[in-house]
Write a protein that binds this ligand. Structure first.
Ligand code: DGJ
Length: 723
């Protein structure tokens, strides 16, 4: 619900309230974001004090208590006496870098706004508030967009800058979100890591100064994720105030939190200002990516439930929102580049005999791609490996009762490729420089002709047979970036234009192949972000398929992203990344914390393992809806090296529960543990197998006895139903 009253703007969701107010001078002040409160002007919380070295705008006259340096602002601009993190930095033709934003107008629209060419939450039932600020001297309007998804407890934000004056301006920074908290006792949780160990949570108190994470790699990155959580010091899974902020963007980003001299906190989130500079000609506009906000007073679990539901139902688009996903088998870890049609059909045959749904042919099927040094860019089927092309291969897979999927890496090119030989000028590369990553270069996706060429070739392949799935990969960071299509003074636009080009091609692919499932990937989880989820409903979580490492990666990912978005597969042992051997059962339980599938050649597995695969697949199919749409609870923290890692899925009506437990390395005399379940109906009785039913209150407080582990890394799944 949006309530507008003489410059006071209040946004209510079912459980949260957000408020801002244009003050007497037209400065838009942020008054509150937190648990839902009654309609009331909350600007009484703002106090005016004369502070040394906090300057005063001209119209404050002799009133030294009015300074932008200490006021909580809705969209802080640079240069006018607020020395904290800015949301907006403009450069005028005279070289000055000041922006002075004052309230101009507002409008309310039915439905949640969309952003042209950018990912955004959607929902006809939502509402939109647009508050327009202007800098009269610069001739710029800043339209602040707010989307309210009331039932989801989610508020979205974006900003659109419009040059209404006659001079060309430079936008040096335009954050998607600026949020001031009038308190300092907050922890910041970020999700950090590296290739093969992504999104590990790091939590720490905000100290005076700035703590920031971000990416300047061109993609959202393995190293830091564009989702952060601010929470009260003592907040935990089940209690305490927490607030998540995420960016729907897959390129360079910065999330920064500043604890200021007067013990307030400002959070900014948006495109990274490094190497960003957007030229805004008269009449031109620039729209930031969307940011999403979610808040919970009941701790991190409820925060995750709200984010998960909003992403499942209002970010992922049809036909995949709420739909079951195929159980797939991918040949990558089994074959790498060394395969031909017979080897693939052999894998597919044994996968079909295990009842799997979809066979995915990974890297190596095109051009002269026999290793990672050649072929990228040449999107025609390699006739030596696959005589007769997809037209010959796909019917053989379909005859086995399986659907077919294909790996692609459209954004990249190898120097050893026909494409590069014909168009060496199509790469993003500063003149006289060359930085390779995995022996490949990056195509300039900011250029339409480049995208058209690549997409034309891909479309022909995808149209040549029945392709139900595409895995869209990207395997290097961007470096020495420069576009031949932009003049020197506009090179600061190139990273953003690149990502807009990626989104443009993904949207085109969705339009042309509306029923095809696209899985995102970037060397595993290097582009695991809410922007990609708008186009690709699932993302390969990590190149690390070791079950025990995956439990950590998936745990970290779960704070902000739902289980149905996490690509997770059972792979062969010893694991290719860690050398660890874990039983088929345990690998299956870990992969069911995600989209579930296999990444191996099942023709060589033992009869016992075949039976395990058959059991797992049947179990996953039976419980996929509960796993994907149930409320997800983290029951233990795998980074604490406790004896067990445990998590739980509870159906929305609380009548079905799946608790999953994996033990760590065995020790002599292992402790006897009970598992306290969460989220049950205390008054319902739950039964597992033939055991005596127990009330929800008992299972939550007294707990469920866990079996004694025997050997390393055992796994159990307990399915309980209300009786
Ligand atoms: C990186 C991906 O994450 C892997 O799953 C695989 O597709 C390889 N690329 C192929 O080159």
């Amino acid at each position: 619900m949006i309530v507008c009253d003489k410059g006071l703007f209040t946004l209510h969701t079912n459980n949260t309230t957000y408020q801002m107010k244009a003050d007497a001078r037209g400065v838009l002040l942020h008054t509150y974001y937190g648990p839902r409160v009654a309609d009331c002007d909350l600007s009484y919380r703002i106090r005016y004090v004369d502070r040394g070295f906090s300057p005063n705008p001209e119209e404050a006259g002799e009133d030294r208590t009015y300074s932008l340096d200490v006021l909580p602002q809705e969209y802080a601009a640079c240069g006018m006496g607020d020395f904290r993190l800015p949301a907006l930095e403009l450069e005028l033709p005279d070289g000055s870098r000041c922006a002075d934003l004052r309230y101009k107008s507002f409008r309310v629209e039915a439905g949640k706004y969309a952003l042209e060419g950018l990912p955004a939450f959607w929902g006809e039932e939502g509402e939109t508030l647009v508050v327009v600020l202007e800098d009269a001297a610069a001739g710029v309007d800043v339209e602040l967009y707010y989307g309210v998804l009331e039932d989801y407890d989610v508020i979205t934000r974006a900003a659109r800058l419009v040059n209404r004056g006659g001079q060309t301006l430079k936008v040096r920074q335009a954050a998607s979100l600026c949020l001031d908290f009038q308190r300092e006792d907050l922890d910041l949780i970020t999700f950090d890591g590296k290739h093969v160990l992504e999104r590990c949570p790091n939590r720490g108190p905000l100290l005076p100064g700035v703590r920031s994470v971000g990416s300047v790699r061109g993609g959202s990155s393995h190293q830091h994720n564009p989702f952060v959580i601010l929470c009260e010091r003592g907040a935990g899974e089940d209690h305490g105030l927490c607030c998540a902020a995420g960016l729907l963007y897959s390129g360079n980003f910065q999330a920064a939190a500043e604890r200021s001299q007067f013990e307030h906190v400002r959070l900014t989130l948006g495109i990274h200002p490094w190497h960003f500079c957007w030229t805004l000609a008269p009449g031109g506009s620039f729209t930031t990516p969307e940011a999403v906000l979610c808040c919970s007073k009941q701790g991190l679990s409820v925060l995750s439930h709200r984010l998960h539901r909003a992403m499942r139902e209002r970010l992922i688009r049809d036909p995949w929102a709420g739909q079951p996903r195929p159980v797939l088998i991918n040949n990558w870890e089994a074959t790498l580049f060394d395969f031909d049609a017979e080897r693939l059909v052999n894998i597919a045959q044994s996968a079909a005999s295990l009842g799997l749904d979809l066979f995915v042919m990974d890297d190596g099927w095109f051009g002269r791609r026999n290793s990672d040094t050649a072929g990228l860019g040449d999107w025609t089927v390699n006739g030596e490996k696959l005589p007769g092309g997809l037209e010959a291969l796909v019917p053989r897979i379909r005859d086995l009762g399986m659907r077919f999927g294909l790996w692609v890496e459209p954004e990249m090119v190898n120097e050893d490729s026909e494409l590069y030989r014909q168009h060496p000028d199509w790469v993003l590369q500063a003149p006289g420089r060359m930085v390779r990553g995995r022996q490949q270069l990056v195509l300039d996706f900011s250029r339409r002709e480049v995208r058209n060429h690549v997409y034309g070739a891909l479309k022909a392949v995808l149209s040549s047979a029945e392709v139900s799935y595409v895995k869209w990969d990207v395997n290097r960071s961007l470096a020495a970036v420069w576009s031949a299509a932009l003049p020197p003074e506009r090179q600061g636009e190139v990273y953003h234009r690149y990502i807009l080009g990626v989104y443009d091609m993904l949207e085109q692919m969705r339009r042309d192949f509306p029923h095809m499932l696209i899985e995102g990937c970037s060397g595993g989880g290097g582009r695991f972000d809410a922007g990609m989820l708008y186009y690709t409903p699932q993302i390969w979580c990590s190149d690390n398929t070791d079950a025990m490492d995956r439990l950590r990666i998936q745990y970290g990912t779960s704070f902000c992203y739902p289980v149905c978005t996490m690509g997770a597969h059972v792979s062969a042992v010893p694991n290719a990344q860690t050398g660890r051997t874990v039983s088929m059962e345990t690998r299956g339980v870990a992969a069911m914390h995600g989209t579930f599938g296999y990444e191996m050649d099942p023709s060589g597995i033992s009869q016992e393992e075949r039976e395990a695969v058959l059991r797992q697949t049947a179990f996953f199919r039976e419980h996929q809806d509960l796993i994907f749409r149930g409320d997800y609870y983290r029951l233990s923290d795998p980074f604490q090296n406790g004896p067990y890692t445990a998590w739980e899925h509870v159906s929305p009506d609380k009548r079905e529960v799946l608790a999953c437990v994996v033990s760590g390395p065995i020790q002599g005399g292992p402790p006897l543990r009970t598992l306290q379940l969460k989220g049950l109906d205390p008054d319902l009785c739950y039964q597992a197998g033939g055991k005596n039913p127990l009330p929800g209150s008992v299972l939550m407080e007294a707990g469920w006895p866990l079996p004694l582990p025997w050997g390393d890394y055992q796994a159990w799944q307990f399915y309980l139903t209300a009786v």
